[in-house]
Write a protein that binds this ligand. Sequence first.
Ligand SMILES: Nc1ncnc2c1ncn2[C@@H]1O[C@H](COP(=O)(O)OP(=O)(O)O)[C@@H](O)[C@H]1O
Ligand SMILES: [Mg+2]
Length: 408
Amino acid sequence: MTKKQLIIELEKPQQRNAKLQQPIKEHTAELLKTNEQLNQGIEERKRTQEKLYKEEYRIIAEGAPLGLSIIDKDGSYKYINPKFVEIFGYTLQDMPTGREWFTKAYPDEECRNEAMSFWVNDVKGAKPGEFRPRTFTVTCKDGAAKIIHFRPVAMTSGNHFIIYEDITERKRAEEKLRIYQEQLRSLASELLITEERQRRRFASDIHDSISQNLAISKIELDELRKLISSSSISRHLNKISGLISQTIEQIRSMTFDLSPPVLYGIGLGAAIEDLAEKMQKQFGIHIHLADDKQSKVLNEDLRILVFRAVQELLFNVIKHAQTQEVKVRISLARDRDNIKICVEDDGIGFDIAETDPYLYRMGGFGLFSIKERLQHLGGRFEIVSEPGQGTQVSLIVPLEQHTQTTTS
Ligand SMILES: Nc1ncnc2c1ncn2[C@@H]1O[C@H](COP(=O)(O)OP(=O)(O)O)[C@@H](O)[C@H]1O
Ligand SMILES: [Mg+2]
């Protein structure tokens, strides 16, 4: 083989290789092109997706029934939704910086400093995703003051997202309800006081007219009896005199029930002692009274209220405690500026939660009205009871009274 032939022979595989590599190159180029097209497709899809997401978020934010905003790390507003503008009246142009918002929303310096310090502290301690709700009164663009519940949350990007809820109407309605409840309490108390005054007037009218006349008639009759010698007439006169005595006694008892004179003349301790004695006799229950004998001066309205409340609690024992030999313990004690009156029985007790709805019925002098009336006069009412465990009711009454005692 010549040298030339040898070279030709040696070059043959290279030529074969070159021939083979050509389609591979072409194929690779094609693959690269497809890959690039695929990548472009993915990018495009990503962009479309993002656009879609943005569109969805935009729709949610624009249609949200709550105000929304995004504030960047420097405290500048990046976005506010239409509801934000509706609530506050401010637009993004009104608040080029966060400081501008504080100046406009809180014209009062003290309120502004308070809101700002809350914001600064919250931002410092904010964990991404954690809501830090706050309520502030904000001044709107038209000057109206609105109570706003803020729910700011830090995002991982460092921006802050805030949800704003206008709770002005709700708060006003709550306040109205509170005032209404207080008026009802006041009405209930006034009713009791007026009722007591009327009872007292009836009682003294009966005492001053009927009882007085009966007493005089009895004296006259007894005088007449002395002058009459006929035993048969005397017998009749004796009978009439006895009946008059009985009537006088009945009227005394009736006027006592109507308005215990003891309520007006003596202190609360003595009035309750008197009541306990009467109820023991009348209903055969055992009442133990413990009085720490400390001074317990209450104004007339409160004294009457407490007396009637204790009377109702004792009637409750008789009506509901349902044990043959129920024992009642009444304690009267001075506890700093309060008087604590406790009525405790060892009867069947009751489930307070179950009885609750009944306590809310109106009328009568039940537990509900004791609670409401006491509360109105600055006192408190506590009840502890369980089936089989007896009942303990405490009335806590402040000694210092700020309520007015009207006279009529
Ligand atoms: N001392 C008591 N022992 C057991 N149950 C009681 C006692 N006091 C009150 N209750 C329960 O609480 C309810 C509400 O009492 P109250 O408001 O005074 O209304 P009333 O006496 O007109 O039923 C009673 O119906 C009774 O079920
Ligand atoms: Mg009752």
